[in-house]
Design a protein around this ligand. Structure first.
Ligand code: ACM
Ligand code: ZN
Length: 747
């Protein structure tokens, strides 16, 4: 406490606000001193040869920034000193000291010096007065990753370098380069020229969302690949920025493009073609000798290019459909004494692991590699939640945490209707920022195996470089702080304020980003005889104004206010902050119905990730989006039926229930089987009023309505029976389908 007071006092005394130090990720120790740095005409730079690279990097930056830089060889002449210090522990640690007339960066190794340089570069870029300060900093996690899928859409070397520049600025140390997929193979392999001729291209691409029916295609050949020379260039570029590249070569699934080129490696022998739409495909590598010969040859070339210890071998989403009816696969299962196809997948991965281990490398795989037994030395990338990561850490395996609901930057980042098309989900900035990579289930010993977090960028719906930028910025910065900053130093309000300077800088450099910091977020509560609406933004310095219905009177929404709605109503709200464009206007249109303002209880809570406003999402008079299920007006259940009881304040006559369900098999979401409504009788038992099957077709929004004889009720129960287990061949086969439910309108 004392320290915080002292810090706050110091800020007030010097009239330096926290905003003047907008470094992201937040350094782990930062002390503001009195005075500000006076920008010199010339930077006289002194550095030791051991950190020459960082010094050169900084000199180039200063020169580009319009400063004159001159190397000197004695400390008395220098105003910018980069020095090595044995006393600093940790290869990524650094100190940055800024005095009125002198800047010093000290580190033990090149990585630390580079991060000191990055912190300084951020301060110089922001054009603010730079306060005198001392930073002592080092990262929380040894692994801080960002991923990029260059297969669903292909991005040239120039963009990959730009992406790496962003990673370096925000102190990531790993770039996970997803190089092979069903829709395209992107790395030149000299022994297999057909990978370049055939696997690198698809004949056309899906237009719009996968769930849109009927599916349409653009009819245009699409593709490309990186030559080995280009790959080497990118690896060097990353290494110069303290970034290791982990290449991913997918197996045994997500291999359809490779099989288009070499159909003899599939179970059926083909013919196959590179996939033209997204999803999970049945055509996978057949575990025969010819396949291993191919994969080992491919991996030989990959290892010759990439110096990283880790090679990612995929392992996710491999349907067993073909293996089940393949004589080769079935003979393998018998010969090896395996139980089933899951064991066969495990054996496949272990065989590849042995090969890579024998060559001095380690494998990383998606969490499916746990199924049928984990390869002995494998590191697990936990994406289907954190459970896989927990199991792996408890078994003493390294874990990279990248659960979809916090770390997938291809998910929607706002519920604004103008949001460009995304795969689905809802992963706003505050969610990413709030991610804690070490699950509470792990004890201290097992926690050590959590190497760090990673943000994933799957590009099905990112056709352009601009769109990738828009999707990753600023969620990448939130992820940077998750990986770098200790929990006690993290503060979301401070992060949002610090982003202002980064937005300004991105504006100047022409980067595209999603500024949602002045977007209105609404929350809903069921009150007695009303629905309560509250408004909020994530920017701590924003003011919110709104109008009702006729939009005549502008009202300021004060923290703690609740707008009580008792009839059809439209609330139009907007946030403002000085020096910024106002945020987008939010229109909340409420259509009142008889189920609102009554005591409502859900027997089973929705999934934490898709809880929306809880039961109020179902009973606030607002429909969910027609496009996306992650907008808080839809709520999602996994492995549970919806069961709602509604206790009316006074006897009420009802004759209909209508709602909508989301049907997106690609996202593991299925419309339910049926809906039932019961009336509580005077005898205290529930009597069925009506039951109706749900008829799902190909459309992603399934409207549902049931009429029943007009009945006066005091208490009703509504049951929505979920779909159940996803059938073989579908994405998520064998798992419970999700159930997504919209407003339950009672009239
Ligand atoms: C994944 O998202 N299929 C790892
Ligand atoms: Zn087979």
């Amino acid at each position: 406490m004392n320290q915080i007071y002292a810090f706050v006092f110091c800020l007030i005394a010097l009239n330096v606000s926290a905003q003047d130090v907008s470094i992201i990720p937040q350094p782990n120790q930062l002390e503001i001193k009195s005075g500000t740095f006076e920008m010199p005409d010339t930077f006289f730079i002194l550095y030791e040869n051991s950190i020459e690279k960082s010094a050169a990097f900084l000199s180039d930056f200063l020169a580009t920034n319009g400063n004159t830089v001159q190397r000197v060889h004695t400390a008395d002449k220098a105003n910018l000193i980069l020095s090595h210090a044995d006393a600093i522990q940790g290869k990524e640690a650094y100190t940055l000291s800024i005095k009125k007339d002198k800047i010093e960066i000290t580190a033990n190794q090149g990585a630390g010096a580079f991060y000191g340089v990055q912190s300084l570069m951020q301060l110089i870029r922001f054009d603010n007065q730079i306060p005198c300060l001392v930073i002592q900093d080092e990262p929380r996690f040894v692994y801080r990753g960002m991923h990029l899928d260059v297969c669903r859409h292909f991005f040239p070397v120039s963009f990959v370098k730009k992406y790496i520049d962003l990673l370096a600025t925000y102190k990531f140390n790993t770039f996970h380069w997803h190089l092979t997929e069903d829709q395209g193979w992107r790395i030149e392999i000299k022994q297999y020229p057909k990978l370049q001729e055939i696997a690198a291209y698809r004949k056309e691409t899906l237009i719009g969302h996968y769930n849109d029916q009927p599916q349409r295609f653009d009819g245009k050949k699409y593709g490309g690949f990186y030559t080995q020379e280009e790959i080497k260039e990118v690896i060097q570029y990353a290494a110069d920025r303290q970034i290791t590249i982990i290449p991913e070569i997918e197996m045994p699934g997500h291999a359809q493009a490779a099989l288009a080129a070499y159909p003899q490696l599939s179970c059926t022998g083909g013919p196959h073609e590179a996939a033209t739409k997204w999803g999970v495909f049945d055509e996978v590598f057949c575990p025969k000798e010819e396949t291993f010969e191919f994969l080992e040859n491919v991996l030989d070339e990959v290892m010759a290019l990439f110096p990283s210890t880790y090679i990612h071998i995929g392992g996710d989403e491999c349907p067993k459909t073909r293996w089940k009816s393949c004589p080769n696969c079935q003979a393998r299962i018998i010969d090896l004494g395996l139980h089933d196809e899951h064991d066969l997948q495990s054996w496949f991965i272990q065989r590849i692991e042995k090969y890579l281990n024998a060559n001095g490398r380690q494998i990383i795989g998606w969490d499916e590699i746990l199924e049928g037994g984990l390869a002995p030395n494998a590191t697990v990338m936990s994406w289907r939640g954190t459970q896989g990561g927990i199991e792996a850490a408890q078994a003493g395996h390294g874990v990279i945490m990248t659960p979809t609901s916090y770390c997938y930057l291809d998910y929607y980042q706002s519920d604004e209707p103008t949001e460009p098309l995304a795969i689905g989900g809802y992963n706003p900035l505050e969610k990413v920022y709030g991610f804690e990579p070490v699950p509470t289930e792990l004890d201290k010993e097992a926690s050590k195996y959590i190497l760090g977090p990673q943000g994933n960028v799957w590009t099905e719906y990112m056709e352009t470089e601009d769109k990738v930028e828009y999707m990753v910025l600023p969620r990448m910065q939130a992820m940077a702080e998750v990986g770098w900053t200790n929990p006690e130093r993290k503060d979301f309000a401070s992060f949002v304020k610090r982003l202002d300077d980064h937005f300004n800088w991105w504006d100047k450099t022409g980067l595209h980003y999603a500024d949602k910091t002045l977007s209105i977020k609404s929350d809903f509560h069921i009150l007695k005889g009303a629905v309560g609406v509250t408004l909020q933004t994530i920017h701590p310095e924003a003011a919110i104004y709104y109008t009702l219905g006729d939009r005549e009177k502008l009202i300021k929404f004060q923290p703690g206010d609740t707008i009580r709605v008792t009839k059809d109503e439209t609330i139009t709200a907007r946030a403002q902050k000085s020096g910024r464009q106002p945020g987008n206007r939010k229109i909340i249109a409420i259509q009142y119905h008889k189920g609102m303002g009554q005591k409502a209880v859900l027997k089973e809570a929705p999934s934490k990730v898709y809880a929306g406003y809880g039961v109020a999402s179902l009973l606030n008079g607002i429909n969910g989006s027609n496009e996306k299920y992650g907008d808080n007006e839809w709520i999602g259940f996994s492995g549970k039926d919806l069961e709602l009881t509604l206790d009316f304040d006074t006897p009420t006559t009802l004759h209909s229930l209508s709602t909508r369900f989301f049907h997106g098999p690609g996202q593991w979401i299925y419309a339910p089987q049926s809906v039932e409504i019961y009336n509580l009788t005077a005898a205290g038992t529930y009597e069925l009023l009506m039951q109706k099957e749900v008829e799902a077709g190909l459309q992603k929004i399934v409207p549902f309505e049931m009429e029943f004889p007009e009945t006066t009720v005091q208490k009703v129960k509504i049951v929505v029976k979920r779909y159940g287990i996803i059938p073989e061949g579908g994405a998520g086969a064998g798992y419970e389908a999700w159930l997504f439910v919209d407003e339950l309108r009672l009239n």
